[in-house]
Design a protein around this ligand. Structure first.
Ligand code: XCC
Length: 659
């Protein structure tokens, strides 16, 4: 019954292959292991050893007297802290890398985007006049590091939010002070017998999430752009069909761009390519899974082999010589599964080892050497390859829409603005905006919620931005290609044609959800559709969430003013009080609210209703699907007829101008 597990034909095909071979994947395990009905809804407290207390039936409080609302709120806050830690630790590592590069100790790396370095320095009050890029980068790296350990004051990038929003955070006492401080305080408050007021716990969850979105994640995005280049449109393909039968396939999986960037360089090394040929392969083929994939996709057009639930399926093709992983979203099952294939699973982070995998620790000071070693290892494994089965599915896609590029597309490098977008929203050509982000979850059919939601939204003239595994899903189904223009509503289509963008824009990895915060703030400050994020006719959607990071992202979106809807089910469903606190309660406080709707139809309906309500609140023209006709021309085709160099004009130009 593979059909019910995924709507992706490549996944269905590979599940059958796995079944025939007698190998179990997450899809089957999810069927076999039913979720614990108590923990599932947030009603289990295992914070102390008088428990675990299960607050069901007649049991209204735990041994210590903790109520269901307190327990559910604590569980929720701990998820936020877990997610915020993951994103932020990633940001911290990039700060260390930037510092190493500034000191000339980062082998193989360089500062790629000077414009972004200068812009970031400016945001941090770091002088740039008459200083070398290394001097500036060292200060930026150190300032970024300070944000983690800072004990008082405000995380520096929160000043990128609208003045109104900053003021609100201060008044509510949820302005984040330092990344590590907020996370530690969450763990303290939710320790046995500390903060027992659900509302107070949840307020601090917002503060912690803001330290992620406007802190750790934003630092990760900015420093990655400085080091590896700010993305601009790239064309490629997505899905398991990008694996090659006659080449060495190296799949990079996880989240951090540091090592993968170097692997991209190493894979082009003529000596290594020669070596690949010497073992009988036609070349070296890189592909990605999860967000490491998004990082090298956005900047180099390296094709994604798929999203979260594709990691095991990639191994089952028998065509992967090495799967190199760093941190986050890596299933332990890979270790067992690779035992049945020639694939070598290689862990690279001291923070993330897997029993049964080969560990080759990555050192950013010897990055290129480490990367070459990994590529060589994959090549050496090619002769061990047995029977392969690569499904032939791929989707054509465009990625690489940084917020800088969006500004550029709407007015050029010097006059980049969000005016055209705001005008289109005000006029009703674009009904509203939606971010569709996040994971796959083996408890729901893979990609079903993501794809159906996006399809309905663009048909209803909602411009969609995507990140993370939702972006991979979009790519696999061709939703990121120019052809999708024809599936958009007439008004949206007109705008996309005029600006030259597809109706679904890939903004990057999960930490790059910080780009969405920046875009929304720019839209709000541009004027014409309100003055803060919660005025904008827009929604955030995570149809198939599975991890704590998604909850952290959702919470910082809400605290920034976004109506945020999750699919799958609610982790606080057991407590009506908490359910209300994070929806109506948070809406009263911060203008955004969090809801969970299992069916994608309900997600779409609630999104459109909210967008129309915001339009009405702003006094904008009522949305009318028939007002705008189809113009018939497709300038995007002209866009794709240009050379990749021309399309990368912005990055190149920025580099040249500032240098
Ligand atoms: Fe992981 Fe970022 Fe979720 Fe995909 S989307 S399953 S977090 S890779 Ni963020």
């Amino acid at each position: 019954m593979a059909e019910l597990k995924s709507i992706d034909p490549a996944a269905i095909e590979m599940l059958e292959v796995a079944q025939e071979a007698g190998h179990e994947t997450a899809f089957e395990r999810a069927e076999r292991i039913k979720p614990c009905p108590i923990g599932d809804e947030g009603a289990c407290c295992k914070i102390c050893f008088m428990g675990p207390c299960r607050l069901v039936g007649k049991t209204k409080v735990g041994v210590c007297g903790a109520t269901l609302a307190t327990v559910a709120a604590r569980n929720f806050a701990r998820m936020v802290a877990g997610g915020a830690s993951a994103h932020s630790d990633h940001g911290r590592d990039l700060a260390f890398t930037l510092i190493a590069v500034a000191k000339g100790e980062g082998q193989g790396y360089q500062i790629r985007d000077l414009a972004k370095l200068h812009a970031t320095a400016e945001h941090m009050d770091i002088p740039t006049e008459g200083r070398t890029k290394e001097e500036i980068a060292l200060d930026v790296g150190n300032k970024a590091l300070e944000q983690f350990g800072q004990q008082r004051g405000e995380i520096i990038f929160t000043r990128r939010a609208t003045p109104k929003r900053q003021q609100l955070w201060r008044e509510l006492g949820i302005m984040p002070r330092g990344v590590d401080r907020e996370v530690v305080e969450t763990l303290h408050r939710t320790h046995e017998g500390v903060d027992l007021d659900p509302e107070n716990i949840l307020d601090h969850a917002m503060r912690t999430s803001l330290a992620d979105g406007w802190g750790g994640s934003m630092i990760a995005t900015d420093l990655s752009d400085i080091l590896f280049g700010t993305p601009a449109p790239v064309q490629t393909m997505a899905n398991l069909g990008v694996l090659k039968d006659d080449e060495v396939n190296l799949v990079i999986h996880g989240h951090e761009p540091t090592l993968s960037e170097m692997i991209v360089v190493a894979a082009q090394d003529p000596e290594l390519i020669e070596h690949a040929k010497s073992v009988g392969a036609n070349g070296i083929n890189l592909a990605g899974i999860c967000c490491t994939s998004n990082e090298i996709l956005m900047r180099h057009g390296i094709p994604p082999a798929g999203n979260f639930l594709h990691q095991e399926l990639a191994i089952v093709t028998g065509a992967v010589e090495a799967m190199v992983v760093d941190v986050q979203c890596i299933m332990q099952a890979l270790a067992g599964l690779t035992q049945h294939y020639h694939t070598e699973l290689i862990t690279t982070s001291p923070k993330a080892k897997i029993p049964g995998a080969t560990h080759m620790q990555f050192d950013e000071h010897k990055a290129l050497d480490s990367a070459k070693e990994l590529v060589r290892r994959a090549i050496d494994n090619y002769p061990n390859r047995g029977k392969t089965h690569i499904p032939s599915y791929t989707g054509d896609m465009v990625a690489g829409f940084s917020h800088e590029y969006l500004g550029y597309m709407q007015g050029g490098y010097y006059r980049g603005s969000f005016r055209p977008l705001n005008d289109a929203i005000a006029a009703g050509r674009i009904r509203g905006l939606a971010g569709v982000v996040g994971c796959n979850n083996a408890r729901v059919p893979q990609d079903e919620g993501i794809i159906n939601t996006i399809r309905e939204l663009i048909a209803n003239d909602v411009l969609v931005v995507v990140t993370g595994c939702a972006a991979h899903a979009s790519g696999k189904f061709g939703y990121l290609g120019p052809e999708m223009m024809s599936s958009a509503g007439a008004g949206l289509r007109e705008v996309c044609e005029a600006i030259g963008i597809p109706p679904v824009l890939h903004l990057g990895s999960c930490v790059d959800n910080s780009r969405i915060l920046t875009v929304l703030t720019q839209v709000a400050t541009e004027g014409g559709i309100g003055e803060d994020i919660d005025d904008i006719p827009g929604v955030g959607i995570c149809p198939e969430y599975m991890c704590e990071k998604a909850i952290a992202i959702g919470t910082y979106c809400v605290a920034s003013g976004v109506y945020t809807i999750f699919g799958v089910g609610s982790p606080v469903a057991a407590s009506e009080e908490v359910t209300n606190l994070i929806s109506e309660g948070w809406e009263k406080k911060v203008g955004g609210k969090m809801e969970f709707h299992k069916k994608w139809e309900d997600i779409v309906a609630n999104s459109l209703e909210h967008i129309d309500k915001k339009r009405a609140d702003l006094g904008l023209a009522e949305y009318d699907p028939d007002r705008f006709g189809q113009s018939g021309d497709v300038p995007l085709e002209a866009f794709f007829a240009t050379s990749p160099e021309e399309r990368n004009l912005y990055s190149r130009k920025a580099y040249v101008e500032v240098a």
